[in-house]
Design a binder for this molecule. Structure first.
Ligand code: CA
Length: 459
């Protein structure tokens, strides 16, 4: 009897110690990532856009921190989304370029932010565009998400598909699915993704379990398709493509507004960290131009000029981040991953060290810079930024087939117009050597092959 009592006390003590170690669910913030697709740096009111009102994005930016030097690691969709999911540069994990239909996806062994959060008790959901592989091992439900609504590839029509014919072969890159089941959607997809995100928040009302919602729009990527009522808002815009872009962006802004309203009405607003980025810069020269605008930056999607990699980048967390803050030091989307894991009390697996850093100390008084150096590579192009200096090997014109090397002082020349490399040979050599060392360091890991027999053989 005495022995049982001792064991019981020991068990109770151990349980209480364990509980004291782990953060209580209610203490941990909910997390909402909102990702836009191919939206230009200059295409929101907060960045000076005048022809397309974006009141909901502007309110999000004004309610928290707006990063003026917010970057993404990828100049196109999949690399950028991969690094957001892992907190690691995409070259480490097999995603150097956008994932083509049927191609390998994000390495399946690297943990995703959803897997980390799910393991510690978060309810996780992904809505919208995935583009990290359409083979089943890469499916969101196998990468840490409890729920998925959207499509697995890189782009699709915004308007409803015709009904599926019996026994028709399904295009797994574009088919809208809920979990793994093909569905027929009746709404414009941007509205459908907004609706599903709202439904998720409403379904979570009253629960103490924290949630992670990843809302990844394919707006404002091509094809250029806007609902008629949104086109009507922009009859004063003469350029047809820009008018359609405006309609698409305005629809996304409205849906973001609905999601943020649902967050408030469901009682989550004060305990939710909301992050917004575009996955890459606006495509103005290459890679599916959509009439976006990256003013005042040079270049766009698919390029290592600032216009390809610097994006609208906001975070908001009431009571933890001061509203109306502007932060000018360089940050990158992988930092969002590291930040939310830190806020959730999750330590990344030492086998998979993160390149992103927790931004909270820097936003709460630490005056050091989160990154002394940032690195990019896309195809033949590459870039390195250290402080005000950026060395980039990028296409000088829209038609150019070969990139050229240039050194720019971003503190004086954010538009990268004055190449200073001829006068600063030593700096060029130093930065180039740093980039080369980094490039070697990220190439060590070989890609993980996903068996072709797994392709879409979902249970
Ligand atoms: Ca994109």
């Amino acid at each position: 009897m005495k022995r049982i009592l001792v064991l019981l006390v020991a068990a109770l003590l151990s349980a209480s110690l364990h509980a004291a170690d782990a953060p209580k669910p209610a203490d941990r913030p909910n997390i909402l990532f909102i990702v836009a697709d191919d939206m230009g740096y200059g295409d929101c009111g907060a960045h000076g856009c005048r022809d397309i009102p974006t009141p909901n994005l502007d309110a999000l930016a004004a309610g928290g921190v707006r990063f003026t030097n917010g970057y993404v690691t990828g100049a196109v969709c999949s690399p950028s989304r991969a690094a957001l999911m892992t907190g690691r540069h995409q070259l480490r994990d097999g995603v150097p370029d956008w994932i083509h239909p049927g191609a390998r996806g994000l390495n399946t062994d690297v943990p995703t932010v959803a897997e980390y959060l799910k393991k510690t008790g978060y309810r996780t959901a992904a809505v919208g565009k995935w583009h990290l592989g359409e083979k089943d091992p890469c499916h969101p439900l196998r990468r840490g998400f409890d729920e998925f609504f959207g499509f697995l590839g890189g782009g699709r029509n915004y308007f409803p598909d015709p009904p599926l014919k019996p026994n028709a072969k399904i295009n797994h890159y574009t088919q809208l699915i809920r979990a793994r089941e093909p569905i027929i959607e009746t709404e414009y997809t941007t509205h459908a993704f907004g609706r599903e995100a709202v439904k998720f928040l409403q379904s979570h009302r009253g629960k103490t379990q924290p949630f992670f919602l990843y809302l990844a729009f394919n707006a404002v990527h091509t094809p250029m398709q806007a609902p008629q009522d949104y086109l009507q808002r922009f009859t004063t815009i003469e350029d047809k493509k820009r008018r359609t872009y405006a309609g698409m962006l305005s629809a996304m802004d409205d849906d973001i507004g609905k999601v943020l309203t649902a967050l408030r009405e469901s009682g989550f607003e004060d305990n939710t960290l909301v992050c917004f980025i575009s996955d890459n810069g606006g495509p103005i020269t290459r890679n599916a131009p959509n009439a976006s605008c990256n003013t005042p930056l040079r270049g766009g999607k698919g390029e290592t000029w600032e216009g390809g990699i610097r994006v609208p980048f906001f975070i908001k967390w009431n009571g933890h981040l001061k509203a109306g803050t502007t932060y000018d030091k360089p940050v990158i989307q992988m930092d969002l991953t590291a930040t939310v894991l830190a806020m959730a009390g999750v330590k990344a697996d030492a086998k998979w060290p993160m390149d992103g850093v927790d931004l909270m100390p820097f936003l709460n008084g630490d005056t050091a810079t989160p990154h002394t150096t940032l690195f990019w590579e896309y195809g033949k192009q590459w870039a390195i930024r250290q402080g005000q200096w950026k060395l980039t090997y990028a296409f000088p014109t829209k038609q150019a087939k070969t990139p050229v090397l240039g050194l720019y002082d971003l503190s004086q020349d954010v538009a990268e117009t004055k190449d200073l490399s001829a006068d600063q040979g030593e700096r060029v050599r130093q930065l180039q050597a740093l980039w080369q060392t980094w490039r070697t360091s990220v190439s060590r890991q070989s890609p993980v092959e996903v068996s072709m027999t797994d392709v879409n053989d979902a249970p």
